[in-house]
Design a binder for this molecule. Structure first.
Ligand SMILES: [Zn+2]
Length: 286
């Protein structure tokens, strides 16, 4: 089973996670930029974070045989913080980087006017840079949040086939499907969506435009939930080809819209990989 996790925050995960993900079949991932759990106090904090997503984290992933790409954006939550909003002006210089495969995650958190502006501005940035967009839908008041998101998407220059709506569930799947966007589902250990509900959704809605991710971060989460969905699909009678479509070909098709996916990862190599700038050891398995 080959797996592409289209939404996972590896900066908050360990090397054990990379090892376990490789063993489970993960060969590629996308790390969306998001908030840090603690508020940033300046745009400089974003710059260092974006640089880590472009340099250090791909370096770590490569030692475990996993291709790492990222998405860059001002996240919805910090779109409300005047100390952070000026980073919007700095995004163009990151969006031209080779491993940036979308603008994201953008969208709504509390559905404020500041979030309206950040979402519309960043959808335009995606259109200007020929990139698709990863759009987070809010965890509270989900259906109202999705509707407001779709209103802004429809007014934007990005067509729906270049948008991935993420964190969907049973209450939002119908309207999301009708929108023509790609559909993302985050599988969590004990809240929101689990792998069995995911299988039921796949039965009803098909495998055509659905992506499944672990959304693992610094909260309670599990980077192997993509594999859990593959196993649950097998147990439910889906074919290997169905599983490959959901866990590999759909994320490749969506992020491939950037023209920047590089999936030819070398086998894991923690002993002879070159050093990352300023590091005296590889922080891998040696
Ligand atoms: Zn996320």
């Amino acid at each position: 089973m080959r797996i592409f996790d289209p939404h996972i925050h590896m900066t908050s995960r360990t090397t054990d996670d990379y090892q376990a993900m490789y063993t489970a079949g993960v060969r590629a991932l996308v790390e969306p930029s998001f908030w840090l759990g603690q508020p940033r106090t300046s745009t400089g904090s974003f710059h260092d974070y974006f640089d880590a997503l472009l340099g250090w984290e791909p370096f770590r992933a490569a030692q475990y045989g996993i291709a790492h790409h990222c998405t860059i954006a001002l996240n919805p939550k910090e779109a409300n913080d005047p100390r952070c909003v000026p980073v919007l002006d700095d995004l163009p210089r990151y969006l031209v980087k080779d491993s940036v495969v979308a603008v994201g995650e953008i969208g709504y958190d509390s559905m404020t006017p500041a979030e309206d502006t950040a979402l519309a501005t960043q959808l335009q940035l995606a259109a200007d840079h020929g990139l698709p967009a990863l759009v987070h839908t809010p965890h509270r008041d989900k259906l109202a949040g999705l509707r407001r998101t779709l209103d802004v998407v429809r007014e934007s220059a990005l067509p729906p086939e270049r948008i991935l709506l993420d964190h969907l569930n049973e209450t939002t799947v119908k309207e999301a499907t009708d929108s023509g966007c790609w559909l993302g589902f985050s599988i969590y250990p004990d809240t929101k969506m689990d792998e069995h509900r995911m299988v039921a959704l796949l039965r009803t809605w098909g495998t055509g435009k659905i992506l499944v991710n672990s959304a693992a971060d610094w909260g309670r989460s599990d980077p192997l939930k993509t594999r859990a969905v593959g196993d649950a699909m097998l147990a439910a009678g889906f074919t290997d080809d169905d599983i490959d479509q959901v866990l590999w070909r759909n994320p490749v098709a969506f992020y491939g819209l950037s023209g920047r996916l590089h999936l030819d990862t070398p086998p894991p190599d923690t002993a002879t990989a070159p050093l990352h700038e300023g590091n005296s050891i590889r922080r891998g398995g040696e």
